[in-house]
Design a protein around this ligand. Structure first.
Ligand SMILES: Cc1cc2nc3c(=O)[nH]c(=O)nc-3n(C[C@H](O)[C@H](O)[C@H](O)COP(=O)(O)OP(=O)(O)OC[C@H]3O[C@@H](n4cnc5c(N)ncnc54)[C@H](O)[C@@H]3O)c2cc1C
Length: 293
């Protein structure tokens, strides 16, 4: 189908984009990679009066490390995340998840800002954002605020972004020493979206075995990506091995209200969350112990 007509706007600066959005908060849509928005426009599920293209603004695609924090620009593509050497070394779950998104065209056009703002319950990056305790910098003419990933994802396709705000940056704390992470996923065969995706991180004690800290983020199972805190609690302070990981992973879907659709029943998603949590933790542990890259 052909989208309904709209005015196309191509601001040259972020400030200009913020002003344009603030002038039409209810009638405008931001355009990033377009991989979610353009299908919605064509189906007329979205019919904005104004389309504000972020693609002409320089310097919105970057990955920087500064004072123990990663700063990621909203127009950073999945491909840039996938191939970032610093992320591969320090926060492997993020490039690993980005590398499993869709296909090469999607990864070259799709952006982290667009993916997080869209908040598809089957998207991969929200699991990593939960695991890494990311903060999203939201900006409007009234100022800026940092929102934790756990507060950002509210419900199915729903975030804490106000109509006059845009995602200006994603910030993540660089993991401490003796820490490694991994992402595992069951693909939906046709699109590549996650039926279930799990990002896990473990921090080892000085003996290389006892868990000093664990973090698990899960996507695909419910309306929003979540932290599996019961798994994290079950591992912290315990020696990490296959048995302790398997026992902890049993809590990956505790209290979760699952989605159910033609791809997977709710019960199946809950079971997959447990299986993929175990796999992600095992891989993160192997990385932390230097047994696998
Ligand atoms: C065939 C196909 C397969 C895919 N497979 C996967 C997959 O396996 N895993 C996965 O996670 N994703 C998948 N995707 C989605 C892909 O990751 C998209 O990149 C993502 O959905 C949206 O990013 P985008 O840059 O294209 O955003 P757009 O489509 O341009 O925008 C999406 C939404 O975000 C808003 N927005 C964009 N940027 C900002 C910003 N800076 N601030 C506030 N709001 C903003 C837009 O207004 C719009 O509402 C797939 C997409 C396709 C077409």
């Amino acid at each position: 189908m052909i989208p309904s007509s709209f005015d196309y706007m191509a601001p040259a600066t972020l400030q200009e984009a913020i002003s344009l959005l603030a002038a039409h908060p209810e009638e405008a849509k931001l355009l990033a990679g377009g991989h979610s928005l353009i299908p919605l426009l064509k189906l007329r599920l979205a019919a904005p009066t104004y389309l504000i293209d972020l693609g002409r603004i320089p310097d919105l695609a970057y990955i920087r490390e500064n004072a123990g924090r990663f700063h990621i620009g909203p127009m950073t593509t999945h491909y840039m995340l996938e191939t970032s050497g610093v992320l591969q070394q320090r926060l492997a779950a993020l490039p690993e998840a980005a590398g499993m998104i869709g296909d090469v065209q999607v990864r070259n056009r799709g952006t982290i800002g667009g993916s997080l703002a869209h908040a598809d319950p089957a998207a991969d990056l929200p699991a990593v954002m939960q695991m890494a305790e990311a903060q999203l910098k939201l900006v409007s003419p009234a100022g800026e605020r940092l929102v934790a990933a756990n507060d950002f994802f509210v419900d199915l396709l729903t975030t804490a972004i106000r109509p006059d705000e845009l995602v200006a940056e994603i910030q993540l704390t660089a993991p401490p020493a003796r820490t490694a992470s991994a992402y595992t996923k069951m693909f939906q065969k046709a699109s590549g979206f996650a039926i279930v995706g799990v990002a896990a991180q473990v921090t080892l004690g000085g003996d290389g075995r006892v868990c000093q800290g664990a973090r698990v983020g899960v996507t695909g199972v419910s309306a929003r990506a979540y932290r599996a805190t019961a798994v994290e609690g079950a591992l912290t302070g315990k020696p990490l091995d296959d048995a302790s990981i398997a026992a902890a992973a049993e809590h990956a879907s505790d209290g979760v209200d699952p989605l159910s659709d033609l791809h997977a029943s709710g019960e199946y998603r809950l079971a997959l969350a447990r299986v993929y949590t175990k796999r992600a933790l095992q891989r993160a542990l192997a990385r932390a112990q230097g047994r696998t890259p």
